[in-house]
Design a protein around this ligand. Structure first.
Ligand SMILES: Nc1ncnc2c1ncn2[C@@H]1O[C@H](COP(=O)(O)OP(=O)(O)O)[C@@H](O)[C@H]1O
Ligand SMILES: Cc1ncc(COP(=O)(O)O)c(C=O)c1O
Ligand SMILES: [Mg+2]
Length: 282
């Protein structure tokens, strides 16, 4: 399997491609990473150095890959944090080129917009680009609860609200939706829920809430979910596999008291998760 992953790159730590690429490689995927930004570290530190690339820089690399004659063998495109709507346009152009070369290729869009507590943390224009262009073009999307509510235009206070919001977003285009870090009236305070929807079927998985706050978990989750869905073609199976790996990654991170997720040290969790969780139809 070959996946074109167009996301951030950080030199220190693990977010964007630096969180997503290695787990996919450990699962045997050939990853073609294109970086939308090159920063010293993730922006959660409040200080960083580095550059944001423009759409032309991304299109240039896609052209170079196309010149190698390999786009027909691209099985998926994964996108995450977008530094600008201009970069978003280049990402969708890449998706179109891949689909023209391989109509079976999947596009997984992680609509990075913001989070509960932080609010919107992307540049103006990016939330609207995600809602109006990127999400409708995607086969799969992986919003957190804040991003789901933005995309659906309504708060998901209960499981029923969340299922309605997922259905509303599916109606705009994406057949498969993974909702991360879901907390509804039905979620116990010491737990975290995730939902996966495919067509009209919805599955829920619940894990303990760990005592940590890190960046990069969503990028790893989206990457693992794409690979497992592409192989199983079951959103329920992909939910169970991705959630087990991410929980193991974060459990090791919390035990070590690390501010950065332990992508390398916990790499066995990507192939043999130390704990699994039941997936139930809801
Ligand atoms: N404190 C936590 N305890 C347990 N699991 C967590 C915790 N934070 C994140 N996760 C896991 O990582 C997944 C993705 O994290 P999340 O923070 O939602 O991504 P994003 O960065 O997109 O907001 C969650 O769905 C959950 O499974
Ligand atoms: C440069 C960059 N890319 C991506 C992300 C997304 O990280 P997360 O997976 O926590 O949403 C962040 C978060 O701070 C970031 O700073
Ligand atoms: Mg995210």
């Amino acid at each position: 399997m070959n996946v074109l992953s167009i996301q951030s790159h950080v030199a220190y730590g693990h977010v964007g491609n630096t969180s997503a690429v290695f787990p996919m490689q450990r699962l045997g995927v050939e990853v073609w990473p294109i970086h939308t930004v090159q920063f010293s570290n993730h922006t959660g530190y409040g200080a960083w150095r580095g550059r944001v690339f423009d759409g032309a820089a991304i299109e240039e690399l896609v052209e170079g890959i196309a010149e190698r004659g390999v786009l027909p063998s691209c099985d998926g495109v994964l996108s995450g944090y977008m530094g600008s709507a201009d970069i978003g346009g280049a990402i969708l152009a890449a998706v179109a080129r891949v689909r023209a070369a391989n109509p079976a290729a999947l596009y997984c869009c992680d609509p990075v917009i913001g989070d509960v507590g932080r609010g919107v943390f992307v540049r103006p224009g990016v939330p609207e680009f995600m809602r109006d262009r990127a999400v409708p073009a995607a086969d799969l999307i992986t919003p957190n609860q804040f991003e789901l509510d933005y995309l659906a235009g309504t708060p998901s206070r209960t499981l029923a609200d969340a299922k309605r919001a997922v259905a509303a977003v599916q109606a705009t285009g994406p057949r498969v939706v993974l909702v991360t870090s879901l907390h509804t009236a039905e979620t116990p305070p010491d737990s975290i829920d995730m939902l996966a929807a495919e067509g009209g079927t919805v599955w829920r998985l619940r894990t303990p809430r760990l005592s940590l706050s890190v960046n990069g978990a969503g990028d790893a989750t989206a990457a693992l979910f794409l690979v497992h869905y592409a192989r199983s073609r079951s959103a329920g199976e992909a939910l169970g596999a991705a959630a087990a790996s991410v929980f193991g990654l974060l459990r090791r991170t919390a035990e070590a008291g690390s501010r950065e997720i332990l992508t390398v040290a916990a790499q066995d969790e990507f192939v043999s998760p130390s704990r699994t969780f039941p997936v139930e139809a809801v």
